[in-house]
Design a protein around this ligand. Structure first.
Ligand SMILES: NC(=O)c1ccc[n+]([C@@H]2O[C@H](COP(=O)([O-])OP(=O)(O)OC[C@H]3O[C@@H](n4cnc5c(N)ncnc54)[C@H](OP(=O)(O)O)[C@@H]3O)[C@@H](O)[C@H]2O)c1
Length: 264
């Protein structure tokens, strides 16, 4: 992509090299958004950008970077500002989990996960929310998880990072709504992406029973964003599971979660 068309509406999708991010990109391009695609794997981003430009009358910009590096969110914003790209829709999707007991996990990997899932997400959201409020317009979607709804042994730090995303996003929804900016939290359950290859969690009958394809999860998230909803859980099984946490004592919730997320 060479000359940026600033008349286009632009969406920024983090974690666009696989899984949900790829489908966010396709769905937003189909709605006419030009796209900034970011993740670490540049070859994947470039292939996706070429496919999107071949099928839709939109522009794309690929920025390969590691969002787990401190300062990466500000660097991303700086690069886009340099190209006069204004972001109307921010999809904060990049994230990963680590399955297993915390004491078995490499500390540096846990720190990188928290930096990506929490710090980079917060920084990028704040940077773009500030601009959107000045324009009195904008939409932000944050990807949390059903594990945000209860303590989740074997995903202790990951689930806690997603509880942060859920709480942060719903609170921000109220703060920004009077300024014409919507914030929506999408909390998927098990979804067929590369997530489990990265986290190291084996396939189980329970997981397979809940597994959703990525495309409908993304469509449900984007529909909720367009309606200005604060929060959405895709799929009736996932919705029932998260709703049931309101009824059960926390000790029951975490023991059930431990059983569901047990190591095989
Ligand atoms: N799949 C599920 O079951 C599930 C359930 C609930 C919530 N989620 C959440 O959904 C979101 C998307 O995950 P997914 O399921 O689509 O998994 P995925 O296929 O593994 O995609 C994760 C994306 O995040 C990017 N990413 C990872 N580390 C990064 C880093 N340091 N800097 C920049 N980008 C990075 C990856 O790109 P690179 O590797 O190229 O950097 C990739 O594009 C995540 O926030 C995840 O926690 C997933």
């Amino acid at each position: 992509m060479t000359n940026v068309n600033t008349a286009h509406s632009w969406a920024l999708v983090t974690g666009a090299s696989s899984g949900l991010g790829v489908d966010f990109a396709h769905e937003l391009a189909a709605k006419g958004y030009s796209l900034v695609l970011t993740a670490r794997r540049k070859d994947r981003l470039q292939a996706l950008a070429a496919e999107i430009e071949a099928h839709h009358a939109v522009q794309t910009k690929v920025i390969a970077l590691d969002l787990a590096e401190p300062g990466a969110a500000a660097e991303l914003k700086r690069q886009l500002h340099g190209e006069a790209i204004t972001i109307d829709v921010l999809i904060n999707n990049a994230g990963f989990g680590i399955f297993g007991e915390l004491i078995e996990q490499p500390p540096a990997r846990v720190q990188a996960m928290l930096q990506l899932n929490i710090a980079a997400l917060t920084e990028l959201t704040q940077l773009y929310a500030t601009e959107m409020v000045q324009r009195q317009r904008g939409q932000i979607l944050l990807v949390a998880s059903v594990v945000a709804y209860q303590a989740s042994p074997n995903y202790a730090a990951y689930a806690a990072s997603k509880a942060y995303v859920l709480s942060f996003g719903e609170a921000l929804h109220e703060e920004l709504r009077p300024h014409g900016v919507t914030v929506t939290v999408l909390s998927p359950g098990a979804t067929a992406t590369e997530f489990f290859d990265v986290s190291g969690q084996q396939s189980t009958p329970m997981k397979r029973a809940f597994m959703m394809p990525s495309r409908p999860v993304v469509q449900i998230g984007l529909a909720a964003m367009r309606r200005g909803r604060a929060s959405v859980v895709p799929g009736w099984k996932n919705a029932l599971m998260t709703w049931s946490t309101r009824l059960l004592p926390r000790i029951v919730q975490r023991k059930m979660a431990h059983w569901v997320l047990r190591k095989e």
